[in-house]
Design a protein around this ligand. Structure first.
Ligand SMILES: [Zn+2]
Length: 115
């Protein structure tokens, strides 16, 4: 089963993994100390990944301003909904801003989870 995450949380974990990948690339570069060009290349790529994640974090910040803050009907916490259908950040309750989609999008998955 494919785990479904809240969109903002998903992008955030992507940015976090990008930082991690960046550090791993830079760490690999250390093994090529004798080859200055290769080491520089790894360091550069690692730095690029870290800079990329900074960009993604800035993007999350922009998305967060566009996301609609709602009170989750299931757990009562404040969560952010991005797009027409999203999930609660805390309890993964499917939420929608479009009344016509109410109870449609995630029904199948939720039923499967319970059975
Ligand atoms: Zn909730």
């Amino acid at each position: 089963m494919k785990p479904y995450k809240n969109k903002i949380n998903r992008i955030r974990s992507f940015a976090l993994s990008l930082i991690f990948i960046g550090f791993v690339i830079m760490y690999i570069g250390i093994f090529f100390r004798e080859h200055e060009i290769i080491m520089t290349l790894f360091m550069f790529l690692g730095l690029l990944a870290i800079l990329g994640s900074t960009g993604v974090y800035a993007w999350i910040g922009m998305l967060s301003t566009k996301a609609v803050q709602v009170v989750c009907p299931n757990c009562g916490k404040y969560t952010k909904v991005l797009g027409r259908v999203d999930m609660c950040m805390y309890c993964r309750e499917p939420l929608t801003l479009d009344p016509t989609l109410e109870g449609q999008e995630f029904d199948e998955k939720l039923n499967r989870k319970n059975s």
